[in-house]
Design a protein around this ligand. Structure first.
Ligand SMILES: *Cc1c(COP(=O)(O)O)cnc(C)c1O
Ligand code: SF4
Length: 334
């Protein structure tokens, strides 16, 4: 286990950056040289406040209120709209939880909610109303979930999710991964994380040490929605993950005003591939209350993907999917 000397130990840089994230919308507008009139404090912010690391803010264009990165994190008054069909738990996650913190919806793989914390608060997030304090295992006690996994030999892949699993310390992640690797039928470890994008300093030496050492096959599904999210630091973090033997995939969400054009999607795929990442899923928005202004109708989404297929090699075209309650997989939208 990782030893620390209490006299000399310092929080790793990524944890300092996490603690120093921007939480005040007025400050965010100031940093971007935007007029204070753009400030909005929807009721929705009480439940789901602003949170954005400065490393991500640095990639936003100054003076542009329509910047695609800013749009993903800036609270708008539209979030308070009550739109019929937009629900608090649109994908039925609360029903699918056999153990606290474990989602077993699909054959062969189960998803561990390791923490409720995220480095960034994405305004379109379908987990914005998720009662994490009920769902997440108390203080890192994954014992019941691990027992369920050990008892079900059909489970060959465990997905670490959240929140963002990389918001946890390396000591806890290393211990959890070791316990998973000790279960004979578990062969693959998949990590669903947005941290390499919004906080690339997270992929530090300590992290790489335990991840490389794990005997499991490793997949990371990162989450980038726009080509501007990938800069030199993120590309370096992604390369470091590859050097640990990790296969890199991306999932994005199709968002009005962020990436709802063929040009934006093509640029994203190209930027991902240049950084060693293959596009995997493009999700249509989960209909979560407060996010209706990001929604793109399925017909429009389908047309966009068709145009993208005419423009890119097949391996750079993500699968357009919708998550449906009770389905045996994500539902492809043809
Ligand atoms: C998305 C998801 C998975 C993974 O699905 P893949 O199609 O393998 O990417 C697994 N479990 C749950 C609960 C999910 O939501
Ligand atoms: S990082 Fe993922 S889980 Fe966290 S707020 Fe963004 S979309 Fe939601």
């Amino acid at each position: 286990m990782l030893q620390r000397n209490p006299l000399t130990w310092q929080r790793p840089r990524w944890q300092q950056e996490l603690a120093d994230a921007v939480r005040d919308p007025a400050e965010l507008l100031r940093l971007l040289e935007l007029p204070p009139e753009l400030l909005a404090t929807p009721q929705a912010m009480r439940e789901f406040p602003l949170r954005v690391p400065r490393a991500y803010v640095a990639r936003m264009r100054k003076g542009d209120p329509t910047d695609p990165l800013l749009r993903q994190v800036l609270p708008l008054i539209e979030e308070d709209a009550q739109t019929p069909g937009f629900l608090a738990d649109p994908v039925g996650d609360l029903q699918a939880m056999p153990q606290p913190g474990l989602l077993h919806k699909y054959h062969g793989r189960a998803l561990l909610i390791t923490t409720g914390a995220c480095a960034v608060h994405c305004r379109y997030c379908f987990r914005r109303h998720f009662p994490y304090s009920d769902a997440k295992p108390a203080a890192g006690q994954w014992q019941t979930a691990l027992e369920h996994i050990a008892a079900d030999t059909s489970l060959s892949e465990i997905i670490l999710s959240g929140g963002d699993p990389l918001a946890l310390s390396d000591a806890r992640l290393a211990a959890l991964t070791e316990q998973l690797a000790a279960i004979p039928h578990v062969r693959r470890l998949r990590i669903h994380t947005r941290l390499p994008i919004v906080l690339p300093s997270r992929i530090n030496d300590e992290f790489r040490a335990w991840l490389s050492a794990s005997p499991l096959q490793k997949v990371a599904v990162i989450h980038a929605n726009h080509a501007h999210e990938i800069d030199g630091d993120t590309a370096a973090a992604l390369r470091a993950l590859q050097d640990c033997g990790v296969t890199l995939l991306n999932q994005a969400v199709l968002l009005r005003g962020v990436n709802d054009s063929v040009a934006a999607q093509a640029a994203l795929s190209e930027a991902l591939f240049a950084a060693g990442v293959l596009p995997y899923y493009l999700h249509v928005l989960d209909r979560v209350q407060g996010a209706a202004h990001f929604d793109i109708p399925e017909t429009e989404a389908r047309a966009l993907l068709g145009a993208l297929r005419d423009r890119l090699p097949g391996y750079l075209v993500p699968r357009l999917v919708r998550e449906i309650e009770g389905g045996a997989s994500k539902r492809p939208i043809m």
